[in-house]
Ligand binder design. Structure first.
Ligand code: SAM
Length: 172
């Protein structure tokens, strides 16, 4: 089942022409598969080829197997994506590079676990847990914040998550 928040955010966009959507660390493709259609062309990147194999032949999805945590340049085109989604993935050293991948007026939707989640289950490692306000700190200087939430989410199982969306546009 896809992330309901991500899905609802994309559903509210009026997409009437073809757009490029990047699913960053796409895993088994639950979000890529739900979101892709004739107007939403998905690039799904993950280091796990076995997971990518589950959806690499589907229409409107291009999969890329790549380790996003090496010094090698990402095989992704700058200023190309209208929408970038990141769900349940965090690698602080290079996460700001997502900004360059967005087109002008492009949207970033980011949802992952945050501090306090340790009480409920994985992840518990602070490297994978955002601090309250951290997505705003990371992206808020270069992108326009549109929404922010940090706190409990119950999707059948309790978790502490942070969700934020941003737009790349003219800043003050
Ligand atoms: C918890 S899963 C989330 C997958 C997907 N975004 C979702 O919400 O279903 C995290 C994903 O990050 C990928 N990942 C972890 N380290 C990575 C790396 N160094 N490079 C690329 N992908 C990585 C894993 O293979 C895994 O599919």
């Amino acid at each position: 089942m896809h992330s309901e928040w991500i899905f609802s955010q994309i559903q509210t966009q009026k997409i009437i022409k073809k757009i490029n959507l990047l699913d960053f660390a796409s895993g088994n493709g639950r979000n890529s598969i739900s979101l892709s259609n004739k107007n939403i062309i998905v690039t799904a990147i993950d280091k796990d080829q076995e997971k990518l194999n589950l959806y690499k032949n589907l229409s409107n999805i291009n999969t890329i197997c790549f380790d996003l945590e090496t010094k090698e340049e990402w095989p992704l085109v700058e200023e190309y994506y209208d929408i970038i989604i990141v769900v349940n993935y965090l690698y602080r050293p290079s996460i700001k590079k997502l900004i360059n991948l967005l087109k002008k007026d492009g949207l970033l939707f980011y949802e992952t676990f945050s501090a306090g989640n340790e009480k409920y289950g994985s992840p518990k490692n602070p490297n994978f847990l955002l601090k309250d306000g951290e997505l705003l700190d990371i992206f808020g200087k270069d992108l326009l914040p549109l929404s922010y939430y940090n706190g409990p989410i119950n999707y059948g199982k309790m978790a502490i998550k942070q969700r934020a969306s941003f737009k790349k546009g003219a800043l003050k």
